[in-house]
Design a protein around this ligand. Structure first.
Ligand SMILES: [Zn+2]
Length: 269
């Protein structure tokens, strides 16, 4: 019965912290930021799932096994497709107001149609219109989730998207979503870089106040340390110097610029 190997790679990182990894590259080769990291926090009373992923296969049964009888809360770090397509399996999902309109209706993923991989059949079944969560709940900066012995606080971290959030716990974890990771970065248009830099500055301050924080990004290597935030901020500050070397990306509506640490996709709009 149970011979089919799950596409999710589940890592018990701490007693109360699971990393659930999925390969975004298995959906479409243009996406290089694999693995995608979803996180599950288990407090003494409640559990919190951070993002619901690409949903090549349903996630809920895996989460249900890990949480046992605990009540589950689900949130999205932001509304990009690779973080939210599993929302349909859960009765309610929390998100920041600035991104909520994206996940309140079926998600149109027809841009994935030309994928050469069979994995896309899951989304084809829904005609590339992926149903939303049954109910959306709004988060704001400073909100807390009390899981019992584990407290999780929301930081509004706009830039990557207007409603991006990061989360930190009373046990020294900082979940950065897509605000910071090692890999290919999706940035807003150049005029909005100050928003991104303000957010990175805010996170650097939080990590400077508590040097014990480990960073848990939504893509590629996890965990990381705060050097990631410094390197990314410095890289984005220097994009102006590389501006003339930008190329128009063939798939994303973005300019592409590389430095020695990161690739940046800078939105045209
Ligand atoms: Zn994103």
């Amino acid at each position: 019965m149970n011979d089919v190997k799950s596409r999710y790679n589940v890592i018990k990182y701490k007693d109360y912290l699971y990393i659930i990894q999925e390969s975004i590259t298995d959906i479409h080769p243009v996406y290089k930021n694999s693995p995608l990291n979803l996180y599950l926090l288990l407090g003494s009373q409640k559990a919190l799932l951070i993002d619901t992923g690409c949903r090549i296969e349903p996630l809920k049964s895996i989460v249900d096994k890990l949480i046992g009888e605990k009540e589950l809360m689900v949130l999205n770090t932001h509304a990009h497709w690779d973080h939210v397509l599993g929302n349909m399996d859960f009765k309610e999902v929390f998100i920041h107001a600035n991104d909520s309109h994206v996940i309140s209706k079926p998600y149109n993923v027809s841009f994935l149609k030309d994928s050469p991989y069979d994995t896309i059949k899951t989304h084809e079944k829904f005609n590339f219109l992926i149903p939303p969560a049954k109910k959306i709940r709004i988060l704001q900066d400073g909100d807390t989730f009390n899981l019992g012995d584990l407290i999780v606080r929301v930081i509004h971290a706009p830039g990557h998207s207007p409603g991006s959030i990061c989360l930190y716990t009373n046990k020294n974890e900082l979940f950065t979503g897509d605000v910071a990771y090692y890999g290919e970065h999706f940035l807003p248009k150049r005029e909005d870089f100050p928003i991104v830099l303000n957010t990175l500055e805010k996170l650097i301050k939080i990590c400077t106040a508590n040097e014990k924080f480990s960073l848990f990004p939504s893509h590629t290597k996890t965990p990381c340390d705060r050097e990631l935030l410094m390197a990314l901020k410095e890289g984005i500050e220097k994009i102006d110097n590389l501006w003339d070397a930008r190329k128009r990306h063939a798939f994303f509506p973005a300019y592409e610029i590389k430095d020695d640490k990161f690739t940046y996709y800078i939105s045209l709009f």
